[in-house]
Each structure stands twice: as structure tokens, then as C-alpha cells.
Design a protein around this ligand. Structure first.
Ligand SMILES: Cc1ncc(COP(=O)(O)O)c(C=O)c1O
Length: 375
């Protein structure tokens, strides 16, 4: 195919994403401007109610971002300095930063070679005598296998906080992620399946007392105005973002369905190529925050796609135990072989709800050409 007839495929398209919602978003923002209330007002309260209802949680507590959702969730549940918290080495660095900000030490687990998620077995191998909590990450919108993880936690008396920052609305055996352990974190970073137009985050919480504690912690630890009863944080979702998220929440299910349809198109179009494709275990309903393929010559593949106007990214190139910020915890190359090999082979293809079927075919074509397979 000549360059002139090629369809460019960006990694995302915010203009197309927002265009159909533009009038509703403008009205929502105007409503906040007219209200004169900008922090912890009616939009925040309504968003918390609507989010909890949409995702089947008892309560939702909105905060400033996903990182602080994890941090505050751990703090509210009693994690303290001196505690170890085991999480996936294959995640955004923010997962581990949140554990550190809660005062604990992040300990990194390897992942399952097919799903790239932690399992009960990989988490158990990483346990230390000081482990008090597990933070399984539902990576790329794919559920970690929660039955085994919850059973491990029960056996060892551990807290579980689900990092569902990439998995809004995904399910494991019919139950929505971030509600399975009673404490889950979501991020509303703009590119997420449910994204604000700025930063935002939330916790889904089963225990009302824990939710009440979180509402104090996110607001400087105040019980009433100017009375600080806990050592809290300033981590509030502002009214403009809450109003925007209320509009966007109404489309989440449809966007997730479209993401799944695009993933199915990719699955079919790429099935004959020498690539490892994402795996959905029986019982899993993934929401494809990302569609990540693997190939030993990932960099060559990425360059070939770039030449053909297809944008790709790598989530994430450096395993967390090898990140300079976490070196002092003692991680060395060779410690977590599946994560380390995967970090060299992963490539995230464009997948966003506004993508056309033709764009999916274009990515598949570019991959076929680059891999030198027959079209
Ligand atoms: C898996 C995971 N955990 C945590 C975070 C942190 O969320 P935020 O960027 O909203 O702080 C992100 C997103 O960056 C993420 O993808």
C-alpha cells in the first residue's frame, strides 16, 4: 500500500472522543460556574452515588487521582510504616509510589506469563514476614484471578486493595473489579476508560465506616471545618471534574463494549501472525484499556509501525523492581523473569472507542507488512 493511501492511526483521539458529548459537557461546566461551589459540593456527592451504582459498589469516595486513592486506601485500612505491601512489578510506577507514600515498603511480585497479571501463586512467592497487604493490579483492563488472591489473603490475614486504575467496569466471574475485595482504586486520568479532563480518582468501598474515614482523610483529616482529627491529605476531586465525570460515566458501558469489539477484531486479524496476543481467562470480562501484543523483536515492530503511520506505546518499559526510584528495596535483574522478559517484548497497539474498523484493519496490515508475513 502506498503512503498516500495509508490511514494514519493515532494512539488516541480526544477530539473525536469529546465531540458527541460537547454540549452536555459545556452545560455541566456552566452549571458548576453558576453554582459558585468548586470543592466537595453537590457534583462530588452525585458523582460518588452514580459511580457506586454504576459499578455495583456500596460506596464510592472521590479523590484527586488514582495514586492517592491507593495511598489513602492503604492508610485508611491501617497500613503503617514498617509494613510490607506486595504488588505487581508490571504496573505504572504510581502503584508503588502510592505504597511508599502510605509509609509502607513495596515488594514486587512476578506475573503470570499468559495474562501478565499477578496470581495467588506469584504473590505468595513474594510474601515476607512483614507483609500486611496485597495490591493486585488489573493490568490493561484484564482481571487478575481474584478467587485465588482473596483465598491467599484470607489464609494469611492480609488486606487486599485492588488497583483497578486501568479496569473500570471489567468483571471477574460476574463481579465488577474494585469491588471484589471491598477496597479498590480507580484513576480518572484523561486516557483511562473513564477519564476526567484533568486528574481524578476514586475508591470503591464496601465498609461504610472505612468510607467515612476516607472522606476525612482526603479532606485534610478534618471531621468538621478546621478540626483535624486525622493526619490526612488534601486529595479532593473538584466540582468541575466531578460534573464532567458524571456526563462521561453514562457512556462508560458503551465505550467498554466498543473496546471489546475492537479487541475481538484485533484477535481475529492477528491470529495468524507470530505474535502473542492478550488472553482472557474463563470468567474474565476485560475492558481493554490497552491491547498489548508481544514479540521478541518489539523495537523493530514499533519502528515498522511508526513508518506506516501507526502510533504505539510501551506499558511499561522498566519493571518496577528495576526502577531507579525503587532500587533501594534491593531488586536486581533476574529476580522476576516473566516481568523482565515481557518488558522487552510488549507493545501497546492503538485501541480507543472512536477507532474505526478500517483503522483496526490498517494496524493489522502494518503489522503483517512489518513482520514480513503474507497479506
Ligand atoms: C495501574 C495504575 N495504577 C495507578 C495509577 C495512578 O493513577 P493516577 O495517574 O490517576 O494517579 C495508574 C495511572 O497512571 C495506573 O495505570
Amino acid at each position: 500500500m502506498s503512503a498516500a493511501t495509508r490511514t494514519a492511526v493515532p494512539f488516541g483521539d480526544f477530539r473525536a472522543h469529546l465531540a458527541p458529548l460537547r454540549r452536555e459537557l459545556d452545560a455541566a461546566i456552566a452549571r458548576v460556574l453558576d453554582s459558585g461551589l468548586f470543592i466537595l459540593g453537590p457534583e462530588n456527592e452525585a458523582f460518588e452515588r452514580e459511580l457506586a451504582a454504576a459499578l455495583g459498589a456500596r460506596e464510592a469516595v472521590a479523590v484527586a487521582n488514582g495514586t492517592e486513592a491507593i495511598q489513602l486506601g492503604l492508610e485508611a485500612a491501617g497500613i503503617r510504616p514498617g509494613d510490607d505491601v506486595v504488588t505487581s512489578a508490571m504496573s505504572a510506577g504510581f502503584t508503588a509510589l502510592a505504597i511508599e507514600r502510605a509509609g509502607a515498603r513495596p515488594v514486587f511480585a512476578d506475573v503470570d506469563a499468559a495474562t501478565l497479571n499477578v496470581t495467588a501463586e506469584t504473590l505468595e512467592r513474594a510474601l515476607t514476614p512483614r507483609t500486611r497487604a496485597l495490591v493486585p493490579v488489573h493490568l490493561y483492563g484484564h482481571p487478575a484471578e481474584m478467587d485465588g488472591i482473596l483465598e491467599l489473603a484470607r489464609r494469611r490475614g492480609l488486606l487486599v486493595l485492588e488497583d483497578a486504575c486501568q479496569a473500570h467496569g471489567a468483571q471477574w466471574k460476574g463481579r465488577t473489579l474494585a469491588t471484589l475485595s471491598g477496597l479498590g482504586a480507580l484513576s480518572f486520568y484523561p486516557t483511562k476508560n473513564l477519564g476526567a479532563l484533568g486528574d481524578g480518582g476514586a475508591l470503591l468501598v464496601e465498609d461504610p465506616a472505612l468510607a467515612a474515614r476516607l472522606r476525612q482523610l482526603r479532606n485534610g483529616g478534618q471531621s468538621d471545618r478546621y478540626r483535624h482529627v486525622l493526619s490526612g491529605l488534601n486529595s479532593r476531586l473538584d466540582e468541575v471534574q466531578a460534573a464532567i465525570l458524571r456526563v462521561k460515566l453514562r457512556s462508560l458501558a458503551a465505550w467498554n463494549d466498543r473496546r471489546r469489539a475492537i479487541a475481538a477484531l484485533y484477535d481475529r486479524a492477528l491470529s495468524e501472525l507470530p505474535l502473542e496476543l492478550p488472553v482472557e481467562r474463563p470468567g474474565a470480562r476485560a475492558v481493554y484499556h490497552l491491547y498489548v501484543v508481544r514479540h521478541p523483536e518489539r523495537d523493530r515492530l514499533m519502528a515498522g509501525l511508526r513508518e506506516r503511520d501507526v502510533a504505539t506505546l510501551i506499558h511499561y518499559p522498566i519493571p518496577l523492581h528495576l526502577q531507579p526510584a525503587f532500587e533501594r528495596h534491593g531488586g536486581k535483574p533476574g529476580d522476576l523473569p516473566v516481568v523482565e522478559k515481557s518488558a522487552r517484548e510488549i507493545l501497546s497497539l492503538p485501541l480507543y472507542p472512536e477507532m474505526s474498523d478500517e483503522q483496526v484493519r490498517c494496524v493489522a496490515r502494518a503489522l503483517r507488512e512489518t513482520l514480513g508475513a503474507r497479506a
